[in-house]
Design a protein around this ligand. Sequence first.
Ligand code: HMG
Length: 445
Amino acid sequence: MTAVGIDAIEIWTGNLKLDLPGTFAPEKGEDPEKYTKGLGLNASSFPDSYEDIVTMGANAAHRLMDRKGLEPNDIGRIDVATESAFDNSKPVSTYVAGCLEQVYDGDFHHANKGERKFACIAGTQSLDDAYNWIRAGRNRGRGALVIATDTALYARGDAGEATQGAGAVAMYIAEDPDLVELSAEQGYGSADETDFLKPNQQFPSVDGKRSVQVYLARMREALEDYETAAGDVHPDDFAFAPFHTPFPGMVRKAALLAYRHVIRDTTIEDELADEIGRQPRPEGFDTDDDYRDALREYMDALKDTEQYREWYAETIDPTLSISREVGNWYTGSVHVARASVLKAALEEGRDLAGETLLVGSYGSGAQAEIHAETVRDGWEDEIEALNVDDQLADRYDMSWEDYEEVHDVHNHEMDVDVEEFTAPESEFVFDGWGRMGERKYRYVE
Ligand code: HMG
């Protein structure tokens, strides 16, 4: 069977930056280490006044198409995953196609376009849709453009304000891919939850502490479900595990839970038994509370073992390096984690071809998905081509006053005009409103 997966990936960050320990923490009267050590974040990316989900998505897609030498005729689908859409009818993918048609000779009239919504997991769902379309043989040799794009802004004063971010990830899904092959096996953990939602409002209603618990519960279910399809997972089965990263501290919690699960009934659990005992099993306890207390104690001890620390440093920590500098990109976040870890592996000179990634996606509301990906021979060239370090370094570093203005500019309830902080170059920009309330865009050379 021909491999199907991600052939190429491009990242586009918002052109502004908010320094969390340096600018945000002092204004909030908080210890900077709450951000750097607690949440694990140094900065958030923000859109300048001429940027939005369309410009960032179209810019990432344009870079990807140029680099891969793709023409509109090579693309049979454009799926945009976002939870920052501004229209309940016309999908963002039509705007993105309109932008790209300004710079390519052909058009996308033949391409099936859509918009996927399920909080942050919609980016991965769009990958799955593209995979299924190709596997079903409906693609006529074409590939799918999947774009995950969000301006993840919270209301001013919300606890989530520290975890904001803005950016887009474009991916080309095709047969015989250069980057990773997607597994046919998937596991799901999905339930009707009200941890984070936007009932026809721009900024989310969030129960932050509960959202953390829901993330962990759904992720555990998804891992168990994945095992029913793919067999038990052992730590030796995968090189890295990129997770949805609303902030790196969240992944720290998820990783500990995942490690406990995958070492259960293995020689690793046996080796650790002398130091911290065996994992508690429910049948050994009279009440659920006793079992949960024992579990908590075991996890605390596990976290401090050399085995866990080493595994975390090698398998999880390298997935967080870009996220630390950009915050939460919602639908793009898990795809940023994949890019981070491949970039780290390239910088270390590691030969990854043929190795497996265990990918954990999550969206509030809520659903988690686990699947595996096999790294392909062409991965090094693909990752080498990313210019994410330059993009991050080039962002304009906002003062507190700048931040307040920029937040207002992107607040749909407010009508404020602000000079742009950066000069757009070789990119699509927002160009005002049309007569039916549509947004207009133009390409700046
Ligand atoms: P908070 O109340 O501001 O922070 O809310 P906190 O007091 O819980 O502190 C955060 C961490 O920093 C804690 O670590 C503190 O101990 C530590 P923990 O105990 O949890 O390991 N800390 C410090 N560490 C070192 N030095 C210090 C210090 N001070 C504190 N001085 C919260 C945090 C995450 C709730 C908030 O930011 C929030 O509401 N965020 C938005 C919701 C969110 O991101 N949830 C994540 C799971 S849900 C999800 O991922 C889906 C999502 O992406 C949306 C979607 O799917 O569409 C959000």
